[in-house]
Write a protein that binds this ligand. Structure first.
Ligand SMILES: Nc1ncnc2c1ncn2[C@@H]1O[C@H](COP(=O)(O)OP(=O)(O)O)[C@@H](O)[C@H]1O
Ligand SMILES: [Mg+2]
Length: 303
């Protein structure tokens, strides 16, 4: 008999039963504390709107045709970064401009030291620009307060690093849950969503393992699952396949492509690998802190 169960438990149960029949990424994260409204601008609502979309091909081609501002996931505007040290000034980013559309899979390539990581770190609000702006869902992120930036980073940006950056003393599942713990998602929804994401990425059977007991490719899948946990507006991947052998790197890359094609995720993928870059929608070539050129790539079928 469940007569003693508190009403909120019943709601949770219904939620999890329904969730079993929904498409993995079509789950709107719900938080015990809803995302705070940022300035006058509706960061929270933008995220929720975005999270509804499991986009079919029609929506994708519409997305490509229209260029109104609501189709823009991120804008980088006249970005400069100058490092100053005793050795002197080093101008690393020299006026970078580009737009990333919602659902786009964009690669950034360039020689080592050209400023790719610096750029991506600023796009993800892990670092600040010397001048210039970043807009995510049309919000000027560096105009926000520090705590709003932290909140925005947690809810709107998923980050995937070359070295995975997992916490080894806890389980795979807990690693995936961490962004949602910070965001205040309910226990039950958080756990069920983490398992669904691990399932989507083919490593649900590893959920109770510690990350160190997984292969590099499996650890990167965990990091991808973690990046998706709060259903971010954009996923930033810095050399995400850089530590993996060719075959495993290929598999991880195909997972990211699957996420953009089937689930309309917006991904910026920094890579040294020109063959992988050519299989994204568009490549931005960076040289010496500037955009050298861009190329729209030939469409590849999903393998
Ligand atoms: N914290 C820092 N202080 C000073 N210089 C830095 C710092 N971070 C990066 N740089 C310099 O900025 C340049 C671009 O680095 P980075 O963005 O890591 O390039 P990439 O990712 O394309 O290899 C390099 O010359 C690097 O030495
Ligand atoms: Mg780098």
């Amino acid at each position: 008999m469940n007569s003693n169960r508190a009403p909120h438990d019943q709601n949770d149960l219904e939620e999890s039963e329904n969730a079993e029949f929904s498409v993995d990424l079509n789950i709107k994260p719900s938080y015990s504390n809803p995302p705070p409204r940022v300035s006058q601008q509706n960061l929270g609502r933008d995220l929720a709107d975005d999270s509804d979309v499991v986009v079919d091909d029609t929506a994708r081609s519409n997305n490509a045709k229209k260029t109104n501002r609501s189709n823009i996931a991120m804008e980088v505007r006249n970005l400069h970064k100058i490092y100053e040290s005793q050795a002197g000034k080093s101008v690393v980013l020299k006026g970078i401009n580009f737009i990333i559309k919602k659902g786009e899979f964009v690669s950034i390539v360039g020689p080592s030291g050209s400023g790719k990581s610096t750029l991506l770190n600023i796009m993800g609000a892990l670092d600040t620009p010397s001048s210039g702006k970043i807009f995510i869902n049309n919000v000027d992120i560096f105009a926000l307060s520090k705590s709003q930036i932290a909140d925005m980073r947690n809810k709107l940006i998923g980050y995937i690093f070359q070295s995975y950056n997992l916490i080894n003393r806890t389980t795979v599942q807990k690693n995936v849950e961490i962004p949602a713990i910070i965001a205040g998602m309910s226990d039950k929804q958080r756990k069920s969503r983490a398992l669904k994401l691990l399932d989507l990425l083919g490593i649900k059977n590893k959920s109770n393992y510690k990350p160190t007991n997984l292969s590099g490719g499996q650890q990167q899948r965990v990091a991808i699952a973690r990046s998706l946990m709060n259903n971010p507006a954009i996923i930033l991947a810095d050399e995400a396949t850089g530590n993996l052998d060719t075959k495993t790197g290929e598999e991880v890359f195909e997972l990211l492509r699957m996420l953009t094609k089937r689930y309309n995720r917006t991904i910026v993928f920094v890579t040294h690998n020109p063959e992988l870059a050519a299989r994204t929608d568009r490549t931005i070539f960076i040289k010496d802190g500037q955009v050298e050129r861009e190329s729209i790539n030939q469409k590849y079928a999903l393998t």
